[in-house]
Every structure is written in C-alpha cells, then in structure tokens.
Write a protein that binds this ligand. Sequence first.
Ligand code: FPP
Length: 237
Amino acid sequence: MQQTSGMPTHIAIIMDGNGRWAKQRGLARSMGHREGAKTVEIITRHCLEIGIGHLTLFAFSTENWSRPKAEVEAIMNLLRDYLTQCEQQQNREVRTRFIGDRAPLAPDLVRRMDALEAATANNTRMNLNIAINYGGRDEILHAARRLACLVAEGKLDPRDIDAALFSQGLYTAGQPDPDMIIRPSGEQRLSNFLLWQCAYAELIYMDKLWPDFTPADLDTAIALYAGRDRRYGGISG
Ligand code: FPP
C-alpha cells in the first residue's frame, strides 16, 4: 500500500528540551517545564486551526520518576494547572484523553483526568492524547497480559490473536497510528514512545528546544512529512 503524504491525520510529539532551555537561562529546570506547558497550549491551538485530527503529547514517561522529587512534583503541578484551565474553558472541540498507567498518580489527579475525559468525550474536532506515566513497553506488556488472561479464562483462542486484536488492548485503542513523530531538541531517539503504534510513522527530528517550538516549526515539520515517500514496505509507484 502506498499513500501520498499530504497532511498527517495524527501527529505525536516528544516534548524534549525543557531542562536545557532553563539551563541556558540559569533557571531551575521546573521553569523550563513551565515554559513547555505554554508551548503545549500554543501548539494544540495551532493543530486545531490547521485541522489536525489527532495530537499526542509525551508529558511524563514511566522512566521520569527517576528525576529529582521536586522536578516530578513540578511537572505534576503543571498538569494540575492544565486541568484547571481545561475545567474553566469547557472546550467543545477537543476530546482530551490521558494515556499511560494511572495507578501511581495522585488520586486528585486521576479523578480530574477521568472527569475531563468524560466531559470532553463527545467533542469531535480534535482528539488530544496526553501521555502521563506512559511507556511503550509498559503499554505492550499491559496489552499482552490482557490477552493472556482471556486465553487463561478460555475466552480466546491464541490462534485468533492478530494485530487488530492486540491493538485493542493499547491505551490508544480505536485511534489511528501516528503518521509522524516530532522530537525537538536535537535528540534522535524514540525514548519508549508509542513503540507499537510508530511502526510506519515518519520520524522528524528538529533542533529547537520544546519551549522555543513555534507553530511555524510545526508547519516546517509537516512540510518535511509531506515530502516523504511512505511505502509501508512496498515500492514507489
Ligand atoms: C522533557 O524535557 C520534558 C518532560 C519530561 C516534561 C514535559 C512536560 C511539559 C511540557 C509540561 C507539562 C505538560 C502538560 C500537558 C501540562 P527534558 O526535561 O528531558 O529536557 P532536557 O533533555 O533538556 O533536560
């Protein structure tokens, strides 16, 4: 199957470089995250304006707990501020979902995340996934355990397991795979992000740090994507 790229349906972003942005200015790392949260607002609005259907943002990984307690707390508090903004705005366009394992998160956060998901469930213009305590391997294990339980209970024949059934156990069940993954900050790796879903994603690495990332940078990334020849294992035709 070959597809002319054009506009991506689903953009995923690894929001990297907050710490370096702060360091360059002699500020605490938490200030970089604060600035990064402003970029979240700006880029989400831009995606909405240009008609992107799905946006996934990597905000906190399963590995980020190893950071200093104060930094983890600062990111969680930014998430609280974000939830407050969303609660006040009552946006009727964006369906917000949180992907990742909620078990270790503070109960007040989980309650408000659940409530925002419920409040925005009927919004259809854009789907926004915020990845919190998300890890690609963790997600795949979670999906595998689900199928193993069904097999153990005699409800599933292992021979019936295919990619579509497996995908139903992912946090992104029912959503299209990302067409492109953008990583600002110059690093060129996936860092455990959407490992299953990125099978055919175009990877776009950019030198800007996330707090400096602008709508024009997103447009540049989309132009790069549009120039790619997506072959899905086939040949150019
Ligand atoms: C990676 O940069 C960034 C994070 C681990 C946190 C991202 C969080 C936000 C943008 C704000 C909170 C999000 C929402 C949705 C309100 P880094 O700290 O690893 O940067 P570095 O590589 O320069 O040190």
